[in-house]
Design a protein. Sequence first.
Lengths: 215, 472
Amino acid sequence: MRAFSQHQGVVAPMDRSNVDTDMIIPKQFLKSIKRTGFGPNLFDELRYLDEGRPDQDCSERPINPDFVLNQDRYKNASVLLARRNFGCGSSREHAPWALEDFGFRVIIAPSFADIFYNNCFKNGLLPIVLPEEIVNQLFGEVEQNEGYQLSVDLEARTVTTPSGETFSFEVDDFRRHCLLNGLDDIGVTLEDADAIKTYEDSRRKTAPWLFGASS
Amino acid sequence: MAGKTLYDKLWDDHLVKQRDDGSALIYIDRQLLHEVTSPQAFEGLRLAGRKPWRIDANIATPDHNVPTTDRERGVEGIVDPVSRIQVETLDKNCDEFGILEFKIKDQRQGIVHVIGPEQGATLPGMSIVCGDSHTSTHGAFGCLAHGIGTSEVEHVLATQCLVQQKMKNMLVRVNGKLGPGVTGKDVVLAIISKIGTAGGTGHAIEFGGEAIRGLSMEGRMTICNMSIEAGARVGMVAVDDTTIDYVRGRPFAPKAEQWDAAVEYWRSLRSDDDAVFDKVVELEGSEIQPQVSWGTSPEMVVGVEGHVPDPEKEADPIKREGIVRALKYMGLEPNMPITEIKLDRVFIGSCTNSRIEDLREAAAVVKGRKVSPTLKQAMVVPGSGLVKAQAEQEGLDKIFLEAGLEWRDPGCSMCLAMNADKLGQGEHCASTSNRNFEGRQGFGGRTHLVSPAMAAAAAVTGHFVDVRELMN
């Protein structure tokens, strides 16, 4: 996984609440057996006017000029500013894969759905929760300033605006540690292989019906 | 010291290691796999040169992409080549790693969340995961069950554990008795409408109270299934006689003396009387009407006697904007009665409502009636090959066919429209599934979430109607 320590980038505003993972990447693109290549279909139903198909050349498709990511000023955005309950619905990790593939590194919202929030950290994507009033303020600043950028420092847990205003955010230590170092968390867990075996041996004695049933 | 909640007990029983940074290693007893969220996980294992930690903890089946017709041809019958590759990839991965899979032609094939309980592969007290958010379904058995992403599918394959942070405890208590014609589906839609789609975020929900205790296992599964639509990854119901009676005798359930030991343990899987919850929500069962969703979020729900809301009456600007957007997408006018919404299709199926009791409820309503000629299609998709066989043994298939509904083969089908079953642009569908998001059932499709009985009633009238008016 790509490590994340600091990032500065153009902010795109996604001004609707309850953005679900079906909206982030519609189901027809979930048929891929790969982890990459989902970027052109990010927000497919909002971004294009026609119905998308897998393995299609998206450069020929009619785009929705009203959709935020189709506007020139946001085309190179790498920070997504969003509303409440972002990423709700399906557990599909294709959603963070698509956001990352498009070029996003940071998503800021007043709240995220649990599974999506967790999935982001596995893919070098940093979800940041900020209070709603600060998110409202940032929406206003993005709207008024073309090329508006935010700086994010994961080590310091801060978001800084162009005027130098800084907001702190919380992130739990384990996720932060893995993301800062780009760690494969399977490798980290396997360092505790002995503890897993000890647990398993004891469980096998107290609840033997949990073992061997499906083999 | 206060007692423990059911979630606290399940957490403690699966705790391998508490780390200093607040995270914990939690042991996973059962992983269910399907074709959509597993290929990248198996590929990850191969690339890292890792082996599955415990083969026998895994069970797989293809469900999301499978066609619901022409199944005699097996994988060859999947017309879409991209879908076919995904199902073939699951078969290959399971064969390579030695994982038990109910393949497309196996009668035990079906929707993962239907076949786990059906096989007794879902047992009380287990920790269960699957790369699918509706894994919360299994919480109906007093399990710690939740959906995960593909990276975590790989993590569980490789380590039999997940890195977790403990969630908060929430109790949703439904008091009293439910009225006739009111089902588990109506209860959970009413709960989501009350607490919102983020109401359970960060929490494990336990559903309790007399109305929940009075439900069958299938009704409880429907409720736990949609916990995620209330924002909670985990939904649970305490173990009681209903749970134990359901599990007894199933193929993977413990036998002989192991059964007795298991039952003794299972009976402890309830919250202590003095347990403290971080959040408690109460509903009165007798006040719940049959529910219908009108919008594009599962919290946009109203009783069948109600009306489409008026955004002018919403004070919160973000919610008001959401209502305006939803009404535009759904093609509905503020204040119109729910019963005036005309339908194009009816879908009875999905991991929420495709079990035998769901099919019986729907059949009881359509029996002796005909599908409205104004509908383009009404289809019934059983949750598994065994549910299908049971329904046919009871003659339910004939009731559906005589009424003019289609009787299909098992799979996720039109719940998410990854196979050929989908809505056309602008079409309204009465659906027993779980999500009414934009485009969920097909590009531009308009989903209304309802119970199987309400979907059946809509099928024979062509619009929403209070199913209680059709019941004898």
